[in-house]
Design a protein around this ligand. Structure first.
Ligand code: ZN
Length: 676
């Protein structure tokens, strides 16, 4: 893997901990890896104590031997710096490394990702080990990717962090007066006269939940601090090894770490995909699309998934036969170029001892999991590089802002049940259910290539965002906005321009009040005149904007309560385009029908019409379109092959030609060559 040729094949394998085993076991691992078609392993993620047993002692020889062994078998290394778990001697001799938690308790050594991101000692030692590894392995034939640390997400409230926070604030606001203004510190008499009076928001003062401007900046600061940790190691690596891509894996979606910002510093986005048992395929798809959007649509790395059950769920359901294969292809279908697992060989002790592994405790290949993984590895090997590096051409976009997520859920009121990811998922599902390809991007992104853009609940409107949305709509775009939008600025200060603030003329409405109801109460949206399938009455819940029409027209009105008859769904013609406003949290069917109708009006189509329960995506590479079909439904379906070449799956002849046969959980990949 080089920057020029990032994915010469689909990388298959995953996290490998040879340091937990004797070297005789390594030989057996190599035999099993070959049987399973493993071509990449990630190591040595947590081996800092083994590599650096004391401050001045380094033991790389074991790592040399395993890397040589991998290279001799043609297996690439996703080479990780081991800095997610510092050695015990380091915590003992340099206590500034140990973090202070949100409740003010100094933590003791243990676990992992248990360090202060602003500790000078941590920065010094992590840079040191990264540099030594880069110097030693920069030309090693196994080296394919640099993987820095693991699953960043440490939060610290120590004195070092407090001092660094004050410095960060000085840079952002320059004067104490400006800080007082931007945080609205006149409230409750919080005014400060000196930077040293600033404390960190925590459970000790409740500012972590009661003073949103401060907490928002602390989350920004912790994200920046963590990025600094990443860059500290990355710079050391690049100083001697500049031709190998550098990444790190995010653990699912850690809300507190702004991944949209973090990924600006990485060559490839990478994430760990651990859906809860029974998770909706649309939710997994949304998360893949979020990751693809982090680097502007570039291929990404699925760094971890479990080959079988996890160990931290309340009930760790086995992955059913075919489930790992389906989840793996779903990742590839959405833009991943790797299928990597945690873990290769199952540990005998510790919290992950029952986490799924390619090689389970008894260490042989005669297991269901091994057989399924090995068969998958063989399929991926045969696919070669047919779609690696391929892109997704979406005509629809979903706009997501990480800091809006923070702000929306930090807000005390109007409804404590507000769940941004659930709202995003609802809007996304309206596209997904129709197999409309969606790019998930930021509100400030270039929108000119999209025919339909949805931006649910944009509570926080940052500078430039409303201008971007206006420019898009004015030039003929179709925008759909959700309720409780245009409320605050980037510091969570409420607009005094009348909601939805800067977007008031774009949406042609003024929201005077917003009502919130408990989960057992709801209202309705009556559609004034049928528009396509959008007809009759839909239920709505949770939040209800009470608005006045300015230049917009009402497509739907509330059915109950004192605001019965007032608009609940509006459209405003703006320039050559249209801006829709869904003034409440509607039932899924309303979004399905509205988005469906807007897709039809704007020529946004699925790559192929397929039966319900079948997911279809397309990745384009060179002159070829690679179609992925995945059957999440219960029934076997048959799809026309349409002259495409089948790469994965089964076909059967029928009266009207060849058909792809997709049983429950089945996958097919078919490539269509386009004349160049
Ligand atoms: Zn700290």
């Amino acid at each position: 893997m080089t920057r020029e040729n990032p994915f010469p094949r689909i990388y298959f394998g995953g996290d490998y901990n040879p340091d937990q085993w004797s070297e005789e076991v390594w030989e057996e691992d190599m035999r099993l890896f070959e049987l399973a078609h493993v071509n990449m392993v990630t190591l040595p993620v947590f081996s800092w104590a083994k590599i650096q047993p004391s401050e001045d002692e380094f033991r790389f020889e074991w790592l040399d031997r395993i890397l040589d062994l991998l290279a001799s078998r043609g297996i690439s290394a996703c080479l990780a710096t081991p800095t997610a778990a510092q050695p015990a001697w380091m915590s003992r001799n340099y206590p500034d490394i140990l973090p202070v938690d949100e409740e003010g308790r100094k933590r003791t050594h243990g676990k992992r990702v248990n360090y202060c991101p602003n500790s000078p000692s941590y920065r010094k030692f992590s840079r040191g080990i990264a540099l030594r590894m880069a110097e030693r392995y920069r030309a090693h034939p196994a080296l394919a990717i640099w993987h820095i640390s693991n699953e960043y997400g440490t939060y610290c409230f120590c004195d070092n962090c407090a001092a660094a926070f004050r410095k960060w604030l000085k840079k952002r606001y320059a004067t104490v007066g400006e800080l007082n203004r931007r945080w609205n510190l006149d409230f409750w008499g919080h005014l400060i006269a000196d930077w040293e009076e600033i404390t960190v928001p925590s459970e000790l003062n409740d500012d972590n939940k009661w003073y949103q401007p401060k907490m928002l900046d602390y989350l920004r600061f912790l994200t920046d601090s963590t990025i600094d940790c990443f860059n500290n190691e990355k710079e050391a690596i690049l100083s001697v090894s500049s031709d190998i891509p550098v990444t790190t894996n995010m653990s699912g979606f850690i809300k507190k770490m702004n991944q949209q910002l973090f990924n600006e510093h990485m060559d490839y986005a990478a994430w760990d995909n651990y859906p809860a048992p029974g998770a909706e395929p649309s939710l997994v798809a949304l998360k893949h699309d979020i990751v693809r959007g982090l680097k502007g649509g570039r291929s990404y790395i699925m760094m971890e998934q479990s080959p079988n059950q996890q160990n931290w769920q309340p009930f760790n359901t086995l992955k059913r036969p075919g489930e790992v294969r389906l989840l793996s292809y779903q990742a590839l279908a959405h833009g991943a170029d790797t299928v990597l697992f945690f873990q290769m060989r199952q540990s005998v002790g510790g919290v992950e001892k029952f986490h799924g592994a390619l090689i389970e405790h008894h260490g042989a290949e005669n297991t269901r999991v091994f057989r399924e993984c090995a068969a998958l590895g063989g399929e991926l090997e045969r696919l070669g590089d047919v779609f690696t590096g391929g892109t997704t051409e979406a005509k629809a976009a979903l706009l997501v802002d990480w800091e809006n997520w923070w702000a929306l859920e930090l807000s005390t009121g109007p409804n404590r049940d507000t769940d941004y990811m659930a709202i995003l998922h609802k809007y996304y599902k309206a596209f997904y259910g129709r197999n409309i390809l969606v790019d998930v991007i930021r509100p400030e992104s270039d929108l000119s290539s999209y025919s339909l853009v949805a931006v649910p609940n944009l509570y926080m409107v940052k500078p430039g965002v409303s201008d971007n949305l206006k420019a898009y709509t004015k030039q003929g775009g179709c925008l759909v906005t959700g309720c409780f939008s245009g409320i605050v600025d980037e510091n969570d200060l409420v607009t005094t321009k009348g909601f939805p603030g800067e977007m008031r003329d774009l949406l042609g409405i003024w929201v005077e009040e917003f009502d919130a109801l408990p989960p057992d109460r709801e209202n309705g949206i009556a559609i004034n005149d049928p528009i396509g399938k959008l007809t009759g009455t839909y239920s709505c819940a949770h939040l209800f904007d009470l608005l006045h029409l300015e230049s917009a027209e009402a497509l739907g009105t509330y059915t109950d309560d004192f605001y019965k008859g007032r608009p609940s769904l509006t459209v405003n013609r703006y320039g050559k385009g249209s801006a829709y406003y869904v003034a409440t949290d509607p039932e899924q069917a309303l979004l399905d029908d509205l988005i469906g109708e807007l897709c039809r009006q704007n020529g946004v189509e699925a790559p192929e019409t397929v039966p319900a329960g079948v997911e279809v995506t397309v990745r384009k590479k060179g002159g070829a379109s690679c179609f992925f079909f995945m059957n999440h439904g219960e029934e076997t379906v048959r799809l026309p092959l349409k002259g495409r070449k089948l790469l994965v799956g089964k076909i059967l002849p029928e009266k009207d030609g060849l058909r792809i046969v997709l049983p429950h959980g089945g996958v097919a990949i078919a490539v269509e060559e386009r004349a160049l």
